[in-house]
Structure formats: structure tokens, C-alpha cells
Ligand binder design. Sequence first.
Ligand SMILES: NC(=O)c1ccc[n+]([C@@H]2O[C@H](COP(=O)([O-])OP(=O)(O)OC[C@H]3O[C@@H](n4cnc5c(N)ncnc54)[C@H](O)[C@@H]3O)[C@@H](O)[C@H]2O)c1
Length: 390
Amino acid sequence: MTETGGDQQPRRIRLGMVGGGPGSFIGPVHRLAARIDDRFEFVAGAFSSDPEKSRQAGVDCHIDPARAYPTWQAMVEGERQRADRIDAVAIVTPNNLHYAPAKAFLEAGFHVICDKPLTMTAAEAADLVETVHRTGLVFGVTHTYAGYPMVRQARAMVAAGELGAIRVIHVEYAQSWLTETIEKTGLKQAVWRTDPAQSGGGGCLGDIGTHAYHLANYVTGLTAESLAAELSIFGEGRRLDDNVHILLRYAGGARGMLWASQVAPGEVNGVRLRVFGEKGGLSWHQEQPNELIFTRHGEPPRHITRGGPGAGDAAVYVPRVPAGHPEGYLEAFAQLYTDAAEQILAHAEGRAPSAQSRLLPTVEQGAAGMRFIEAALESNRRNAAWISDL
Ligand SMILES: NC(=O)c1ccc[n+]([C@@H]2O[C@H](COP(=O)([O-])OP(=O)(O)OC[C@H]3O[C@@H](n4cnc5c(N)ncnc54)[C@H](O)[C@@H]3O)[C@@H](O)[C@H]2O)c1
């Protein structure tokens, strides 16, 4: 990783992928995002459980055919033997196929960028935390919303005390796409998300509830101590929750409410966060992501925009397009990749990574998401009892 090009620029980080085969959703997003800031080159993959589809994906991605592997196990072995081995792997398979490849690539010395929910169980997640600490490798979890400039602006404002002590946190993630039982049509993204063997104990809870939970903790810097959850299944014959209401108690006395739903007609990717402190409130909506509304108590609302007046460093970290030209989901993803690139480079150079790059969601945060899922499942089993094991 330390060799440099002619102008002493570090070379691009070599990225591989597990998952992201033909017709998949998030793998292609990762591949695009990884290259937006030009820090990665995409060179290898085990894209599908079907070796022929993996080979075809390799052709589509213009990679060396020898590096389109039939299985992720073959990819670990193949890559570790190469002089030009990948530096990092992105894991973008269904939830039941995160832990084993993440563990194997770490043990083989590769950095990992893994999608959420981190694993199937909190115990697996705790094991990944231990593995990351022991190996000293970089591990990022793609909680996408943590990559938005205005989310980072909100986090910085809370940390600077602009809201005063936080009292109330209201976070929601509402979608409509499972309003009908489209898993019965065979749509594969719906099939595995509604199958406990592939999705885990949580449905909507794990799929988007973990994003909402992460976002609330990330912006406020607070840790939830206990929760009470009601999980509902509205889709006929569906086996996993498709709507979630959760009350949260935070360290320091703040109180939170989390709603995640995939049966909310009219909602598409309605991620909304509102945080209220003793001096003011913040509001952010991911479908208008370049804007953050800040209201000091007793004053008119202020609209802070990416790169605009009042926006701090966190909101202009990587200038891609000038302020006023909207950035969105791909750039938020790109931010996480750029953070990972800086951490990987710092690792290779034996130095501390920049403070900004440490805003990349961590393996510990991914593990907190798994404890959140298990606590919510337990609470729901016990008729929305308060659970403190977070
Ligand atoms: N961060 C986000 O905003 C975000 C958004 C969507 C999905 N996700 C997460 O990304 C993951 C994938 O979701 P998706 O919607 O892209 O799923 P998908 O079904 O569209 O794609 C999954 C891919 O994994 C491949 N795959 C399955 N088994 C494999 C194996 N054994 N080896 C190699 N590849 C294999 C499939 O062939 C497919 O290409 C999930 O964990 C999901 O929660 C995150």
C-alpha cells in the first residue's frame, strides 16, 4: 500500500467485492460511490452464489477474469496469494452472509467495508469487534446517512453545545415498498428481507430500523440505555416485522422515539431526524439532504445548507460540486468510502488517520445495531417491556 506514483500521490486502493452481482441493489451503488472521489480501483469480486453469474459480473465490471471468483472463499485464497492483492473488500450480500466473509477477510489481512445490519446476531458482531481490535485492520459499516454533510453538520452542532443538553430525539425511516406482499412475486430483495434465515430476527427492524437507530446516536453522540418496542406484521403471511415503534431512554436523561416502517404508502426513503435540546432544535430529512433546519428557542428557523453561510467544516469536507448544486445518496456513500480510504492509507503509512475520516461508522457502532435488534425482539416478545441490555 505504500508505493506511490510519479508525483508522490498514493496509488489507488484496490477494492474487491462480495455480492453485488447481476440485478442486485446496493453492490453497484458501492462500486459507483467508491470511485466518485477517485481513491479506489475496483479489481476483484465474488459477486454471486452462482459461479456463472459471478463470472458474468466480472465481465460487466471489466475486471481480470481470473479475479471474478466462483465463491468468496476462493477469493480470499486467490487474493492473498497475489502480489497485487486487494487492500479492502466490500461485503454487500444479504445479512446472513456478512459475518463469515468479514471474519475470513480480516483474518487474511484485508480491510473490510461491510453493509448493515452487521451480522445475524449480537454474538457474531462482538466477535467481529474482537477480530478488528486484534488485527488492527480498518473496518467500516455503511450506515449511509452518516456520510451526508448536513448530518455531520448536525453532529458537530450538537457536540458544540448549540442545542444545549439534549432532551428529545425523534427519528424515523418510512418506506412503502412492502405495503403489498411483493415477496410473493419473487422479487429477490423482498424475498430475502422477509425470510428469517437470510434477514435475521428483524425484518424492517434490521433493514432500516438499524439505520434510524444509528443516525440518532451518531448525531447526538448519546448512547441508548434501554428501549421498549412493538413490532408489527401487516403483510398477510409475512414472517418478519414490517413496522416498528420503539421508545428509547438515553444516558443523561434524553428520551427518544423511533418509527421504522415499510408499509407506509406515500413514503419512499423518508429518513427524518429531529433533535431538541434545552436551547434549540434541529431537523433533517434525507429527501432534502442539503438542508438542515436549526431553530434557537424563541427565534425564527435558520436553513443551513451544504457549503452555505453558517455551515462548518463538517459540511464541506470533500468539495465535489459547488454549493447549491445538490449532492445526495451517492455522494454520502462516496464520503464513507473516502473516509475508509484515508484510514487504509494511514494504516499503511503507520500514522493516525485524519479526525474527519474517523466519522466513518465503526464496527462497534455496527455491533450496537445488533444489540438494538436483539433488545427490540426481546421487548416485543415481552409485550413491549423495557429492556436495558443495549
Ligand atoms: N447502506 C444502505 O443504504 C443499504 C441499502 C440497501 C441494502 N443494504 C444492505 O446491503 C446488503 C445487500 O442488499 P441488496 O438489497 O443489495 O441485496 P440484493 O439481493 O440486491 O443483492 C445481494 C447480492 O449478493 C449476492 N450473493 C448472495 N449470496 C452470495 C454468496 N454466497 N457469495 C457472493 N454473493 C452472493 C447475490 O447474488 C446478489 O448479487 C444487505 O445486507 C442490505 O441490508 C444497505
